[in-house]
Ligand binder design. Structure first.
Ligand code: EPU
Length: 338
């Protein structure tokens, strides 16, 4: 077995925002044994490292003088089944949407609303991907990984993962410490479809019946219509998180801005639409150099080609300052800026 190691490699094709940056070393792992080989390689292990999924939620703004580690472990294994559920253990390097397609084809419910989200299976728990009323945490049973400093395999049960809105322990306390190798999902054989998110019900009217399959199609249609395709216009999906705001503050904002879209979050807080805030500040379709705010969706920043990191930094700051000044709310990036 040899390590799949590349040196002085361009990162442009390794992240969907496609800025120009290079990495001194890049290793793609197709097995856990290869990860242990890397951990035992004193020369490679002495460099700083960064763990990369498929690059759909991170932006490289400068060269990386270390090792980029990319788990590419494949496979979907049925490990358990009863009348109600099936347990699937999936390699971190499987494409997320191909896995959703597999689940929907087999009539396993729970992740259909997460159709067409870019990225790999291993990245899904890190930021607890969510869309159209569902978060992936509700279908995750456990996450397996390798702790880089401890050089050992560790399994995290759902409760150890500290899942919350667009975050988990893997993005906080364990950030850049664990190479996720496999994720086990528990999917339902009988399943209540969640169709009440704005836009989903209307889209479903095009179909004669509401099934896992038509719901997946409807979600794909909505996403294709609203979100720019990274294969056509480089982007990293939602660039900022929707700010979580106390109900008190939301009430005050609603007095001044009755149209402000809000979503249920918890007993004391609500989620405010960052896209709406950005659009109200006049940024939709605006650009600095070749970096811009998508014309279709104000939460998505795009690279029109050969965009510069400096322009991206300026645009982020301009958006944050403007939203802060107008609404008194801070927008926190949702993407990982390196
Ligand atoms: N809106 C605007 N202007 C726009 C776009 C949207 O004002 O240009 C307003 C609309 O009023 C709309 C509201 O914003 O009702 C919410 O828009 P949308 O339904 O598109 O959802 P979002 O809150 O902007 C979140 C996720 C998306 C996910 C969608 C659908 C975050 C940070 N983003 O976006 O996830 O697909 O909901 O559930 O939570 C991603 O994480 O990369 C991502 C795309």
């Amino acid at each position: 077995m040899t390590l799949n190691l590349k040196k002085n490699i361009s990162l442009r094709d390794k992240h969907t925002f496609r800025l120009n940056a290079r990495a001194a070393y890049f290793i793609s792992f197709s097995s856990t044994q290869e990860i242990f080989m890397y951990l035992e390689d004193k020369a490679l292990y002495s460099h700083p490292f960064f763990i990369l999924g498929s690059g759909s939620n991170c932006v490289f703004t400068k060269d990386f003088e270390g090792v980029i580690l990319q788990p590419a472990i494949r496979g979907i294994q049925k490990i358990q089944e009863n009348d109600a559920y099936v347990w699937l253990r999936v390699g971190a390097g499987e494409n997320w949407d191909s896995f959703v397609a597999y689940a929907v084809e087999h009539n396993y419910g729970g992740i259909e609303n997460l159709s067409y989200i870019p990225g790999n299976v291993g990245a899904a728990p890190i930021q607890n991907i969510g869309a159209y009323g569902i978060e992936v945490k509700d279908s995750i049973e456990k996450v397996e990984g390798i702790h880089i400093n401890k050089k050992e395999s560790i399994t995290y049960n759902k409760n150890d993962c500290h899942f919350a809105y667009r975050t988990s322990i893997f993005k906080e306390a364990l950030s850049n410490k664990i190479i996720i190798t496999n994720v086990t999902f528990r999917l339902a054989k009988q399943h209540r479809l969640i169709t009440d998110y704005t836009g989903v019900k209307e889209e479903l009217k095009k179909y004669n019946e509401i099934t896992l399959q038509t719901l997946r199609k409807a979600i794909i249609n909505i996403r294709q219509r609203k979100l720019p395709d990274p294969a056509v216009i480089p982007n990293a999906g939602s660039f900022f998180k929707n700010p979580i705001v106390s109900k008190e503050k939301v009430r005050a904002l609603k007095n001044s801005y009755p149209l402000l879209p809000i979503f249920v979050h918890s007993e004391r807080e609500e989620k405010v639409s960052a896209a709406w805030l950005i659009e109200q500040c006049g940024f939709k379709g605006q650009r600095i150099g070749n970096i811009g705010v998508s014309e279709n969706h104000a939460l998505v920043l795009v690279n029109y080609g050969n965009g510069h990191a400096q322009d991206l930094r300026e645009l982020i700051i301009a958006i944050q300052k403007s939203v802060e000044k107008t609404f008194g709310l801070h927008l926190e990036p949702e993407v990982n800026i390196i």
